[in-house]
Each structure stands twice: as structure tokens, then as C-alpha cells.
Design a protein around this ligand. Sequence first.
Ligand code: 13P
Length: 236
Amino acid sequence: MRKLIVANYKMNGDKKLFKQIVKKINKIKLRDTKVVLCPPFIYLNEFKIKNNIVSIGSQDITNDENSKSTGQISAKMLLEHDVKYVIVGHSERRKIGENDKLINQKINVCLNNFLMPIICVGEEKKTDKLDIVLSQIKNALDSINKNFVPIIAYEPVWSIGTGKLPSINRIDKMIDMIKSFLKTIGYNESLVLYGGSVGLDNYKEIIKSKIDGLLLGGVSLRIDKFIKILKGIDNE
Ligand code: 13P
């Protein structure tokens, strides 16, 4: 099945690195894999993509396009830079105060502007009850219309950047839980990605689970490794 691989560069990279990444990514040929690259806002301009399997995403969006907001970025600005996807509610933003209500408003702004939100959810600690994830999803999609296919990125916070991964069983259990919960609230179709400490050494294992794709952090900055992962997944 076609996989969606999203690169979240977070607050990393510079013009030189992104020029190299864009050059290489423009040449890559994949049969059955879709790629989304999410640079920091200030580097969106470097991402002149000439490859129809690759799209641009942003790492955030404003929740209120009508207010006077110093430092915020609107949907209109993102659309002008060919952005198609938006990461919403990443745990690193939740950590600095982003709550479910704000995330819900941002999803609304995305959909009103034909931008596809990638909605991040995940438990803080390995020992946390997993239904926290379902309440994050429920709140994120509160009053959101049912005519779209939600993309949920399941990213256990304890796994991000730590080298610690859930077992394939646990990932599969989460995917099943998330997909069946989404059905109960009216979304029959959905994509569920996994994110957290995925690298060249473990992606083959992770991709055997029921996931529809990956949200990659650190490894996406290592262009040669990133391309190996893309090709490896495409050949599965
Ligand atoms: P790492 O792959 O560096 O653990 O980061 C995952 C992540 O947070 C992607 O959004």
C-alpha cells in the first residue's frame, strides 16, 4: 500500500543544507511512496520542488487569520509557497502551551483553506493510559466536517528523539484503536502515521506494522539516510 513519509525538520537546517536536500529530492524516483517536506517557515522559499511525488508542508499555522498577529503565519502565506500539508499539534508545540482548543481551531483554518492537517497525538510517558490519545483526537476534530480523510501522526512523546521505540504490537494496537475510534465519530477513512526515533536501522521493522506512513524527525536532516529510507520503503 502507498506510504506517506513526512519529514519534520523542526528548528534545524540552514540554506546550504536545504539546497542540497532539494537538489537530491528533485531527482528521486519512487513508484509508490509520497513524500512531504516540512521546513521551518523561513526556509519555505528554498523548497522549489520539481517532483510530483513530493509536497511541501509547514510546521504550524495561525489559528486566527483575522487578528493582528505579530509573528504568526497565515494560510494565505503558506498557499503562496505551495504548502499543501500542515503539522498541527506537535508535542513540542503542546509543550509550550498549545492546547486542544487551539489545535482544533488550527485544523479548521487548514480545512477552510484546502490545506491538509497532519494531526499529532501521543502519550507523554510509556506508562500512560493510551486513551489519552483518543481524547486528543476527539478534541482536535470537535465539530470538524466529516468530508475529509484525517491524517493522524501517532508520536509517543517518550519516543521522540530518545532512541526508544514502542513494540510493533503496541503500534498496531494504537493504529487499530485510532482507526476504529475515528469510525465511531464519522471518519470511515483515515491515515495513521507513526513518529518517534525512526532511523535507517529500524525503519524496516516499523514499516511491517499497520502504519500508513512515517513522521520522521532527526533522520530527515541526513539526506543520504533519508533517501535510503524512502527507497527502502518504496521497494517493500
Ligand atoms: P525523531 O524522529 O527525531 O525522534 O522525531 C520525531 C518527531 O518528532 C517528528 O515530528
